[in-house]
Design a protein around this ligand. Structure first.
Ligand SMILES: *[C@@H]1O[C@H](CO)[C@@H](O)[C@H](O)[C@H]1NC(C)=O
Ligand SMILES: *[C@@H]1O[C@H](CO)[C@@H](O)[C@H](O)[C@H]1NC(C)=O
Ligand SMILES: *[C@@H]1O[C@H](CO)[C@@H](O)[C@H](O)[C@H]1NC(C)=O
Length: 311
């Protein structure tokens, strides 16, 4: 009897050793090449894999951070000049002084630059095109980790087509609207005055009704990088929609794009306002809509993003 037990124990011990060493082998041995080709994120497809694509790799530069920290707020002379030249120059408060005051008000933290084999961050970027009207994309949009909306694009009354969640809203400072306290506000400063405006409004929280700890500032260096690398200098400067798309490409592993471009009849308008004709009325010269749209189509073609064209 006791010999039978000891035989069993031996068999179990041997089996255990075999299993354990196989386990060790699989977990310690990794083909160094597969580490680079397969483990770039935990999603089914990863933005980082595209760095191997020549067209994408030539333009994409992971080391430039879309969102500002004290450290990344330092601008090269060339970037500073370009950025200041976007709008008519006016007497200025000092840039560095404004940055100092800004980071007394908002957290100075590197955010979302944590790409790696454990991360799967999916993002819905929601533009304001009339092609969302009747699209029924609401649930699909809401299913992502981040739902990033642009300017005033409303959800109330349009839930079926545009969803209900908003984790981030990207805005020009002067167009800042009230957002609820769960939403991050991403402000794109076009000049020193915008930074001044942000500092001013944030010091009196009565005006921007947002969560002070949830304010992010778009980095002018990244702004210029989008213009140089992705638009190759076309147009005056990139539109808010295009700047938002490139931010998403840098902070997300998977990007689904909604509400960009014209509707099926070639009309450019807002999904909540039939009378607004984006292309003909505003900014026809400032933003090169055709180049932006072509690059967006190429991003979809290279499978960097999935584009939902609506109706
Ligand atoms: C990426 O950006 C960094 C910082 O601006 C720059 O030093 C580097 O040369 C760029 N890399 C490529 C491949 O352009
Ligand atoms: C959205 O589509 C419906 C149905 O086609 C139409 O009646 C409505 O006017 C459209 N709304 C806008 C803002 O275009
Ligand atoms: C956009 O792409 C179309 C089709 O490939 C091309 O004919 C057009 O010239 C492009 N426009 C710009 C501004 O690059």
């Amino acid at each position: 009897m006791s010999r039978l037990i000891s035989l069993r124990v031996k068999i179990y011990a041997v089996l255990f050793c075999i299993t354990f060493s196989m386990f060790l082998f699989t977990y310690t041995y990794r083909d160094p090449l597969s580490h680079f080709s397969k483990d770039r994120c935990a999603c089914l497809t990863c933005m980082a894999e595209l760095e191997d694509n020549p067209w994408f790799g030539e333009r994409f530069n992971q080391s430039i951070h879309p969102l500002m920290t004290r450290e990344s707020s330092v601008l090269s002379e060339e970037t500073f000049k370009w950025w200041q030249g976007l709008q008519r120059p006016q007497p200025l408060a000092s840039y560095t002084g404004l940055i100092e005051r800004l980071f007394q008000l908002i957290p100075d933290k590197v955010v979302y630059m944590d790409a790696g084999s454990d991360r799967c961050r999916t993002c819905s970027v929601v533009g304001n095109s009339g092609n969302l009207n009747g699209s029924g994309y609401g649930e699909l949009i809401d299913a992502a980790h981040f739902v990033i909306r642009i300017n005033q694009g409303p959800t109330k009354g349009f839930e079926k087509d545009v969803g209900t969640r908003t984790t981030h809203r990207v805005l020009y400072p002067e167009s800042a609207i009230n957002v609820d306290s769960d939403t991050w506000l991403v402000l794109i400063p076009f000049k020193n005055q915008d930074l001044q405006w942000i500092v001013h409004k944030m010091s009196k929280m009565s005006v921007i009704k947002a969560n002070k700890n949830k304010v992010l500032i778009y980095n002018p260096t990244f702004f210029k990088y989008v213009y140089d690398s992705w638009l190759e200098g076309h147009g005056g400067y990139p539109s808010t929609g295009f700047l938002t798309l490139l931010m998403a490409i840098h902070i997300c592993d998977e990007v689904n794009l909604f509400g960009f471009g014209a509707n099926q009849y070639g009309n450019w308008y807002h999904y909540w306002d039939k009378t607004y004709m984006a292309g003909t009325a505003r900014h026809p010269m400032i933003h090169d809509r055709d180049t932006e749209y072509n690059v967006t189509l190429l991003l979809a073609e290279k499978q960097a993003i999935q584009m939902f064209k609506g109706r």
